[in-house]
Design a protein around this ligand. Structure first.
Ligand SMILES: O=C(O)C(=O)C[C@]1(C(=O)O)C=C[C@@H](O)C=C1
Length: 263
């Protein structure tokens, strides 16, 4: 008897391979087949939900238009909330997998609103910066290495995308965040892992959409963001200017030299 062919009208699904007779299968093969069937059913649900989420993300893109003029569609504060919610619910042993997967999911959501262009400048350690950008923005982003940090800042200021720029270099591009590039904000840092960021992500981000976390300050002298005895981490200095992180509660803007935040 051929048992592998189901009546096409049956709503029973054939879970064993078409060329296999279950009577010939070992218990181990049966167990494996049943588990794979379970995975197939879960994949069907994930696919349906993922495609629904993509469609909603496309609608969100149309619904949100920054009140402060044209900015990138990227909303670091919302991404922080989405990831935080998932990490708060998952099993601790799955945290890394969940964080990576949701970065991808959100990256594809953003891509439904237009491909995110990322320009990376990191002359000393390009691979690490590129990998950091890929992890942060996901496979949907169009990520390119560039040779000129000023060109990358101009690209971001024109609203074409975001820049990821190394800080451990001789080029103090970050001083320009207060001067020429005041429409840009730092919204993330890479290479943290307990240590200091070695590259910063900069974009034309709607100020209320910055993440909550340590503020990034560019200030004259060595006391950037020190007010009130807040903790402060110096990242770089140049000709009397300091780039630092602080946990002082500063608002982005020219007065205190706050040029963004890192979640
Ligand atoms: O909430 C938004 O503004 C969205 O565009 C949706 C979404 C997401 O997929 O969750 C995508 C991109 C944004 O950077 C933040 C979140």
């Amino acid at each position: 008897m051929t048992v592998s062919t189901l009546n096409p009208n049956s709503n029973l699904k054939q879970v064993w391979p078409a060329d296999m007779n279950p009577a010939d299968m070992t218990p181990e093969q049966m167990a494996l087949t049943a588990l794979r069937h379970e995975i197939d059913l879960i994949d069907d649900q994930i696919l349906e939900l993922f495609e629904r989420r993509l469609a909603i993300a496309a609608s969100v893109g149309k619904a949100k238009d920054a009140p402060h003029g044209p900015h990138t569609k990227l909303r670091p504060d919302r991404e922080q909330t989405v990831l935080g919610r998932m990490l708060g619910q998952c099993q601790p042993e799955n945290a890394e997998a969940v964080a990576g997967l949701w970065r991808e999911i959100v990256g594809w959501g953003l891509a439904r609103q237009g491909t995110l262009q990322v320009q990376v400048w990191a002359p000393n350690d390009p691979t690490r910066a590129f990998d950091g950008a890929r992890q942060r923005f996901g496979m949907a982003a169009d990520i390119r290495m560039v040779r000129d940090p000023q060109a990358a800042l101009a690209f971001a200021a024109e609203g074409h995308g975001v820049a990821v720029l190394a800080v451990n270099t001789d080029d103090a591009w970050w001083v320009g965040l207060r001067r020429e590039w005041s429409s840009l904000s730092v919204f993330d840092g890479f290479g943290l892992g307990g240590g200091q960021p070695t590259a910063l992500a900069v974009g034309k981000i709607d100020p209320p959409a910055l993440p909550t976390g340590r503020r990034v300050v560019v200030a004259a002298g060595g006391d950037a963001g020190d007010g009130g005895g807040a903790r402060r981490w110096g990242l770089a200095t140049d000709h009397g200017w300091t780039l630092a992180l602080t946990d002082a509660d500063l608002a982005p803007g020219e007065v205190e030299g706050c040029v963004g935040a890192i979640g």
